[in-house]
Design a protein around this ligand. Structure first.
Ligand code: TTP
Ligand code: MG
Length: 406
């Protein structure tokens, strides 16, 4: 049976919840995120506001400059969470194969459901209808044979869209699209690919795999498959993490490089231990910084070979940090490090050079000791600086705001 995967994403979610509650806001440029005189960014903008160039992540001051007549709303997260739960409950009525991705986004496996609704297209219409009548919200939906194509279809259909890509048509559908449409292709990957003369997804799918791997590492392989519409990921409860990260906010904003590095090192060790515990290796390392002005940046680097050692994670993070902070005057409020593009940690020792082998042995030895005697049983030179700053137990340092995310 050919797979039929739906991707559903609510339009201007936070804003739409406000509009459903207060119909006077309908048809107006509305922003949820805070008052324009406050520090902070746009969380959600109505499509009327987007016509003025407003986007999620834009500082509120910029938003109010571009669109002074916009209505700015603080927002209320528990309200959106409640709406999200109702949204997911409606979807669960249609198929047990449901995978929530975020508050307003989910995949649904509808394979074989034609007979119940007449067609998959009709099933999608029915879902949209219920979301509209019961929640007063508008959903955009994509239907295709794989997750990656279904998601791109729903994005292209926005707002209030429904776009079905017929089985076997995936390649033709993707071919004319710019590569930035593919998941994970940010500015940097786009630049690299453009540099190779690759601008469209169609072109990307015809480039030899080895070329992509040499420029993008493990991510290149994944992109190559996506570009051809190949994506075997199942729809299901999200079991395995797709990324892991550790971050912390400092009690006081800082530009002390030794403190920043020591904290990054410590977070890298916590992250590395978690990664190895899960039996995974990472293809990509990301750092995150929030400056005192609340502007948050992430910088990422794709590894030439998937890795799981503290040293590789930290060294990569440190290079990104040094590059980001050179010439930077602002104080840092939050620092974080994450890994993504996770793959099973295969035992590919033959492929590793001897220094990588030594690192792997070293990390395993450290993990064994820490599992037995606690995280603080081994401390690396760089993190010792933290001793004077954070309270410590066998389990490690107690950071000001420890935060774990998927
Ligand atoms: P999105 O689905 O990305 O955005 P949206 O629903 O507002 O608009 P659309 O899907 O029509 O393009 O995110 C869902 C909600 O998540 C969004 O309403 C607010 C929240 N969000 C943030 O808080 N910060 C962000 O940077 C983004 C992108 C979303
Ligand atoms: Mg949305």
């Amino acid at each position: 049976m050919t797979r039929r995967i739906m991707h559903i994403d609510l339009d201007a979610f936070f804003v739409s919840v406000e509009q459903a509650e207060n119909p006077e806001l309908k048809g107006e440029p509305v922003v949820v995120g805070g008052r324009p005189d406050r520090r902070g960014v746009v969380a959600s903008a109505s499509y009327e506001a987007r016509a003025f160039g407003l986007r999620a992540g834009m500082p509120l001051v910029t938003a109010s400059r571009l669109c002074p007549q916009a209505i700015f709303i603080e927002g209320n997260f528990s309200k959106y969470r409640a709406a999200s739960q109702k949204f997911m409950a409606i979807l669960a009525d249609f198929s047990p194969y449901l995978e929530p991705v975020s508050l307003d986004e989910a995949y649904l496996d509808a394979t074989g459901f034609e007979s119940i609704h007449g067609s998959i297209h009709q099933m999608a219409e029915n879902i949209k209808q219920r979301i509209g009548s019961e929640l007063g919200l508008c959903a955009s939906m994509g239907i295709a044979g794989s997750k990656v194509v279904a998601k791109i279809a729903s994005e292209l259909s926005k707002p209030d869209g429904l776009l079905e890509v017929a089985a076997g048509e995936e390649r033709f559908f993707l071919a004319p699209l710019p590569i930035a449409r593919l998941p994970g292709v940010g500015k940097k990957t786009e630049r690299i690919l453009n540099g190779l003369g690759i601008n469209t997804t169609g072109k990307l799918s015809t480039v030899p795999l080895a070329t992509l791997k040499s420029h993008l590492g493990v991510f290149g392989e994944l992109l190559h498959r996506y570009a051809s519409g190949i994506d075997d990921r199942e729809v299901g409860p999200p079991t395995a993490a797709r990324s892991i990260s550790r971050e912390t906010t400092f009690a006081e904003d800082t530009k002390n490089r030794r403190l920043l590095e020591a904290t990054l090192r410590y977070l890298s060790e916590r992250l590395g231990a978690d990664l190895r515990q899960r039996g995974k290796q990472a293809g990509c390392v990301t750092i995150k910084l929030r400056y005192a002005d609340f502007i948050t940046i992430t910088r990422r680097h794709t590894l030439s070979q998937a890795a799981d050692s503290d040293q590789t994670i930290f060294d990569t993070g440190l290079r990104l940090l040094n590059k980001e902070l050179s010439g930077e005057k602002r104080l840092v409020r939050l620092i974080g490090i994450g890994v993504s593009n996770l793959v099973e940690a295969g035992r590919q020792l033959a492929m590793l050079d001897s220094s990588a082998q030594r690192l792997e042995q070293l990390n395993r030895a450290i993990d064994r000791i820490r599992n037995k005697y606690g995280f603080s049983a081994i401390q690396t030179g760089r993190t010792l600086l933290l001793k004077d700053i954070f309270p410590q137990s066998d389990e490690g340092y107690t950071l000001h705001t420890p935060s774990l995310s998927r």
